[in-house]
Design a protein around this ligand. Structure first.
Ligand SMILES: NC(=O)c1ccc[n+]([C@@H]2O[C@H](COP(=O)([O-])OP(=O)(O)OC[C@H]3O[C@@H](n4cnc5c(N)ncnc54)[C@H](OP(=O)(O)O)[C@@H]3O)[C@@H](O)[C@H]2O)c1
Length: 253
């Protein structure tokens, strides 16, 4: 049986998840990544990781549809056997997500439910259903946002779900400690990705404004985040548990 650790990263086809997958592979882990609609981009990340000499596979997942998770983990089981020659994996990174910028007084019930499903209900039940396949001594990394601390208008719905994930992280850490499963949550500041229509990257005014509010004087890049998540999935981080780790270059301090 292989001793190489395996990480499952949701939303690994683009943005932060892609960078996490690349850095996990660089640290010697094998990777299962998921995509929602961009199969080609996911396949390109898999090919890149394989070229590094690591095993990788991509699976389709709608992280907002908890009803699909049983079928998803059947696929994970099959893939673990066929591609990785094992029955279990070691780390789950709950990264997949979409943005919403809407004034609080205009948020619709549908928008609220969409944010709830992808940012709270999804990771809540995906993690619960992953537990039978997760090795003891492994870990979970949830992804929050700097916006739970920095109050920026129009993010009330999104940030509320992320805040709930921060509380859930501590409960998961407490209840899963008997299996030596560590649970932490990484809170990135604003990062240049496709997120929110790419506004942090593509809108010069927004980009300059965030940079001006950030101690390090610039907006974040995916590669500011991926190595931190990868580190949390190593033995060197074995005593880090139940923590919110903000990675924002000192945004809003
Ligand atoms: N970028 C930021 O400024 C920022 C800051 C703080 C926190 N975050 C958080 O970081 C995470 C990743 O954001 P990002 O910036 O990397 O976003 P991104 O570049 O837009 O990438 C989103 C990823 O999530 C996947 N995805 C979208 N909808 C999905 C669904 N319904 N089910 C499953 N997967 C889905 C996408 O898959 P496809 O490629 O197949 O569409 C893609 O892999 C999110 O949780 C976000 O809230 C981002």
């Amino acid at each position: 049986m292989s001793t190489t650790k395996i990480a499952l990263v949701t939303g690994g086809s683009r943005g932060l998840g892609k960078n996490m997958a690349q850095h996990l592979a660089a640290k010697g882990l094998d990777v299962i990544l998921t995509y929602h609609s961009k199969q080609d981009e996911a396949a390109a990340v898999v090919a890149e990781i394989q070229a590094q000499g690591r095993k990788a596979a991509a699976l389709q997942l709608d992280a907002s549809n908890a009803g699909s998770f049983d079928a998803f983990f059947e696929q994970v089981k099959t893939t673990l056997g066929s591609t990785f020659g094992t029955e279990r994996f070691d780390f789950l990174v709950n990264n997949a997500g979409t943005g919403l910028y809407q004034p609080y007084d205009q948020v619709t019930e549908q928008q609220f439910d969409d944010m709830l499903n992808i940012h709270l209900k999804g990771p809540f039940f995906l993690t619960q259903k992953a537990l039978p396949l997760l090795n003891d001594g492994g870990g979970i990394v949830n992804i929050s946002s700097g916006l739970t601390r920095i109050i920026y208008p129009n993010s009330s719905t999104y940030a509320s779900m992320k805040a709930a994930m921060e509380t859930l992280t501590k409960y998961q850490a407490k209840e899963l400690a008997s299996r030596r499963i560590r649970v932490n949550i990484v809170a990135p500041g604003a990062i240049e990705t496709d997120f929110g229509g790419g506004r942090t990257r593509d809108n010069k005014e927004i980009n300059a404004h965030i940079a001006s509010l950030t101690a390090m004087g610039r907006v974040g890049l995916p590669t500011d985040i991926g190595p931190v998540v990868a580190f949390l999935c190593t033995d060197e981080a074995g005593w880090i548990d139940a923590q919110r780790i903000e990675v924002s270059g000192g945004q809003g301090i």
